[in-house]
Design a binder for this molecule. Structure first.
Ligand code: ASP
Ligand code: MG
Length: 423
């Protein structure tokens, strides 16, 4: 049974990181292993920006940002001092030319444009990682994710076509593993049946690892991170963050749902279905205990877990005639939100008002407001913070909400959510 390793882009951003990755892969390569990589550093953000600039036709800025990104990748390659550096430079140079062509195409569907452009991050990183692994004399096989992850055509948020994906993974990946080759592929990307590239949603590389694990009935998935494991809160926001030694799949799903940025919401489900162990491992201290995620729920309530989502928008929607916000009206609201790809982080309704909270995205928000204002009275607040505490206690709630204005609260036995702003 193979192991799946997923390396995040933050780990592969310099020569040191890439060499460390290669030595970890080397350690495990005598057993069947599949390596999934995501885009290097902040490449995905840079590509999103390029796509936005391309749409505005600001040629000068587009060129400037494009060359910045290209330079970063070329510089990284040169710092690796590979024997076959020239081959890799040529290959990445060609990919960058493809990117430039794609940036200059006319698109009718901006979601399709997004996928076509943003997928390059993983294309670059997988080629670079592959070259590094090749030179460490690891028997390695590169398999393009667009040839094995088959999706629908819901660009930017594609869903997996499981029967077809199973077939292609079985055929291509299993064959390489049977030949004692370590497989490397790109996370986050796939293709729909007509061959067009799709993406699985931001942070989707973990999901790719889970898809492969599910189909290959893997022994375990290791997500290598620049933190010691799954933490009870974001260490960049809280100095007293602690590592969680063990959580259940269900707890991990809940954490992901509320926005913990460590694991992609869709990652856990396939692993849970087949009882595959998920480990969140420390890249910098690989011999330290990782966080174990499996079906055992016994440790879930032992440590309160805190998730803070910043830059939240609260949109309150009321009917024009003060009639109830009942099914029919809500159907309209959801239709508009869904069509504009707005993900709701929290919702609440009273008799005549329905409130939704979502991440700030000015363009999408304005579009939604434009479409809803014909039918409803709308009010909104921006710049709010959504605090979620799993397995809360009074002390933690008090500490975290002190001096804040509370816009909205929702509480269950295990979870409290507070939408907060400054006083
Ligand atoms: N590169 C993609 C992103 O930054 C996917 C991933 O990293 O998992 O969202
Ligand atoms: Mg990433």
């Amino acid at each position: 049974m193979p192991r799946i390793f997923k390396f995040g882009g933050a780990l592969l951003k310099d020569a040191e990181g890439l060499k460390k990755m290669a030595s970890l892969v080397n350690e495990f390569q005598c057993e069947p292993l599949v390596v999934v990589v995501s885009a290097i550093g902040k490449t995905t953000n840079a590509l999103e920006e390029l796509q936005r600039i391309a749409a505005t036709k600001d040629e000068k800025l587009l060129q400037q940002k494009y060359f910045e990104l290209k330079h970063k990748h070329m510089e990284l390659i040169q710092s690796l001092e590979l024997e076959k550096e020239d081959d890799l430079l040529l290959k990445i140079g060609e990919e960058f030319r493809n990117l430039w062509d794609d940036l200059n195409l006319e698109y009718t569907d901006r979601y399709e444009a997004y996928d076509r452009i943003v997928c390059f991050g993983e294309k670059f990183s997988a080629q670079i990682t592959y070259a590094v692994l090749l030179e460490s004399s690891i028997p390695i096989k590169f398999i393009d994710a667009t040839k094995i992850i088959v999706t629908d055509n819901r660009h930017t948020q594609a869903s997996v076509n499981w029967p077809m994906t199973e077939k292609t993974i079985q055929a291509r990946v299993s064959e390489a593993l049977n030949n004692h080759q370590t497989v490397i592929t790109q996370g986050f990307i796939g293709a729909c049946e007509n061959g067009n590239t799709t993406t699985l949603g931001r942070e989707g590389s973990d999901f790719t690892a889970a898809i492969l694990a599910y189909v290959l009935e893997a022994e375990e998935v290791c997500i290598w991170k620049d933190v010691p494991g799954l933490m009870n809160c974001d260490p960049r926001q809280f100095t007293d963050a602690v590592k969680l030694p063990h959580v259940s799949y269900n707890e991990a799903i809940e954490l992901a749902f509320y926005g913990a940025s460590v694991i992609h919401p869709r990652t856990i489900q396939p692993l849970k279905k087949k009882g595959i162990l998920l480990k969140v491992c420390s890249f910098y201290e690989p011999s330290s205990e990782p966080t174990f995620i499996n079906s055992d729920e016994s440790d879930d309530s032992s440590i309160p877990k805190i998730i803070v989502k910043k830059e939240q928008t609260l949109l309150s929607i009321s009917s024009r005639d003060l009639s109830f916000m009942a099914e029919e009206k809500l159907t309209k609201v959801f239709e508009v939100l869904s069509r504009n790809r707005i993900h709701i982080n929290l919702m609440q309704n009273s008799a005549v008002s329905f409130s939704v909270i979502f991440d700030a995205q000015v363009q999408k928000r304005n579009q939604v407001i434009e479409e809803l204002k014909e039918h409803f009275v709308l009010k909104y607040n921006t710049g709010l913070e959504l605090l979620t505490i799993r397995h809360y206690n009074d002390e933690v709630i008090e500490k975290l909400s002190e001096g804040k204005r509370i816009f909205l609260t929702q509480k269950t036995r295990s979870t409290i959510q507070l939408l907060m702003g400054s006083e």
